[in-house]
Design a protein. Structure first.
Length: 568
């Protein structure tokens, strides 16, 4: 896994304690073998990062193994594109499955043989009820279910019908194979669950070999058993499925792993339903699965998050047996904390305002020494060109400044980062619109490097870019995709899309960057001084760089933590 920051406090992890106890009692002969089993019906999202870190992290910590296994039992929703993206995402997060890349479809022949075995033991039967009838017969949480009228078919009849199901004699939904468990069980999952359904669909790996496919509950435990998994770690929604997991393994008399459930990750302002994320993609609400506003791993990678930040976040929130919601600000805190340590600082002007330093020599260019990262002494310095004409942020000048405005204004002096003190002398405006086109300033040659020899102080330091050396760029400024903390909370009769944030993306063109950014590779991360963390986007071209804003500089959660530490 990605190497976490050792200073990140670890929260409780009851799963880890179970594994430690099993090692002490030699429950699995000293083995720790986990697996991460995604269904390839969409892209992985930030919630999966918690499971990936837990499964691969436990294996790494205890010298064990972790498999990557695709639960590819539903060909109508699965695609090779999703398989490829999942492999890339898990690898990016540091998951190392070595040569153990598996698919549930690898086991279709064995699963079919086990289904035959359960039929022969009179533990499974072919049912002619349709899906709606099966739901009606199942009963409720307070009322027991009713047995299917086909439950008492003979073993011979069930074997014959199941073989004919496999040969494709029946239409989709015409018949199912169901386990014969207990229709009066208080656990609805134990009320004769479906093991196989008919689905005439081409599978992305097995083609048209099969027209019957196992249900997840039937494939899950047996796949774990085949692979020798010791700890089958699932999210809490599978807790009620554990008795069925155990029942199948016990009835077949095969090796029996242990299923353990933990809380899934839920984030404020974030939607983690693959079905709803697919809706956003299909309806064009976002620009694909890798749109940086999406919570998918591929999208946050494109936005500039680091795998180390996600590892630190997952370590900090821990795992428990209670579902809750984590503040998005906490995730962003760990991203900022990681980027602050590792990324270089550069100067970029997003909304440029032209500045002419009237008393600076017209053809002179100086090279100013700029610190690459004050958090990393080994990062060194770079040279930044300084000339007579500069760009500054339009917000860093006010012709009629409000109170407590300490940046540039007529007659006021500010420090240029790594440069000189400058003072505004006059303003040039568009005669028709009144828009400020340019400001005229003077500089003090005795303040090179940003310090006055006479000891005078200024209250503001602003960034800048030399106009003659500037690189053109586009900046994409992202906000939360949803405007409310709980995107699933919608007024009656409306869709979840009503909660979309109409201001989740602002595209700013005409940005000016310092020349050190020329040729920045896609994925390169920087802190644009005073503006935030940015990442070069794959849409960049030699003619125009494109940068995604990863996060602004503010860190609300970090301030809260410091305040709490001060009270302790």
């Amino acid at each position: 896994m990605s190497t976490p920051n050792p200073e990140t406090p670890a929260a409780s992890n009851f799963v880890r304690e179970i594994v430690k106890q099993d090692l002490q009692t030699n429950k699995y002969q000293g083995r720790v073998h986990t697996r991460f089993p995604p269904e390839p019906n969409g892209y992985l999202h930030i919630g999966h990062a918690k499971s990936i870190n837990l499964n691969f992290g436990l294996a790494a910590e205890f010298g064990g193994k972790c498999n990557l296994r695709f639960d590819d039992t539903n060909p109508s929703k699965e695609e090779t594109e999703y398989v490829d993206s999942i492999i890339e995402d898990v690898r990016w997060l540091g998951g190392d499955w070595e040569d153990r890349l598996f698919y549930a479809s690898d086991y279709f022949d064995q699963l079919y043989a086990w289904a035959i075995e359960l039929i022969k033991k009179d533990k499974a039967f072919v049912c002619d009820l349709n899906a709606q009838q099966i739901r009606e017969y199942r009963g409720t949480l307070t009322e027991p279910g009713r047995e299917s009228p086909y439950r008492n078919r003979t073993v011979a009849e069930n074997l014959d019908l199941f073989e004919r199901m496999r040969k494709g004699e029946f239409a989709d939904g015409a018949r199912t194979l169901r386990a014969k468990v207990d229709m009066a069980s208080p656990n609805l999952n134990m009320r004769d669950p479906v093991m196989y359904r008919i689905l005439h669909a081409e599978h992305h790996r097995t083609g048209n070999k099969w027209c019957i496919y196992p249900m997840y509950d039937f494939a899950h435990g047996q796949s774990d058993s085949i692979e020798g998994v010791t700890h089958s770690i699932c999210t809490l929604e599978f807790e009620d499925h554990r008795p069925l997991y155990d029942w199948y393994l016990d009835q077949l008399g095969v090796y029996h792993p242990q299923q353990i459930e933990f809380d899934r990750l839920n984030l404020t302002y974030t939607l983690l339903s693959k079905r709803k994320l697919l809706t956003l993609v299909q309806e064009g609400r976002v620009n694909g699965w890798d749109d940086p506003r999406m919570p998918t791993i591929t999208s946050i990678r494109r936005r500039g998050y680091t795998p180390e930040a996600l590892t630190n976040f997952c370590k900090a929130i821990g795992v428990s047996k209670t579902n809750g919601s984590i503040e998005l600000a906490l995730l962003e805190h760990y991203v900022r904390e990681d980027l602050n340590r590792r990324v270089p600082r550069v100067m970029a002007v997003l909304r440029p305002l032209r500045v002419v330093i009237e008393n600076y020599p017209e053809n002179q260019v100086e090279e100013m020494d700029a610190v690459n990262n004050p958090e990393d002494a080994a990062a060194g310095t770079r040279k930044v060109p300084f000339s007579r004409v500069l760009y500054i942020e339009r917000d860093d000048f006010r012709e009629d400044p409000p109170k407590q405005y300490f940046r540039l204004s007529p007659g006021k002096e500010v420090r240029l980062r790594y440069g000189y003190f400058i003072k505004c002398a006059s303003v040039v405006k568009d005669e028709k619109t009144g828009e400020i086109l340019e400001i005229r300033c003077s500089y003090d040659p005795a303040t090179r490097g940003g310090n006055a020899l006479d000891g005078r102080k200024v209250k503001s330091t602003i960034h800048w870019v030399s106009a003659a050396h500037a690189i053109d760029a586009e900046a994409r400024l992202y906000e939360n995709l949803f405007a409310v903390e709980n995107p699933n909370a919608v007024p009656e009769g409306q869709e979840f899309t009503v909660n979309l944030n109409p201001n989740s993306l602002e595209v700013v063109t005409g940005c000016k960057l310092e020349p050190s950014l020329r040729g920045a590779a896609a994925g390169s991360r920087y802190q644009f001084e005073r503006l935030g963390y940015f990442c070069a986007d794959p849409d960049s071209t030699p003619e125009k760089l494109v940068f995604n804003r990863t996060l602004a500089l503010r860190d609300t959660w970090g301030k809260i933590e410091k305040a709490q530490q001060g009270k302790a």
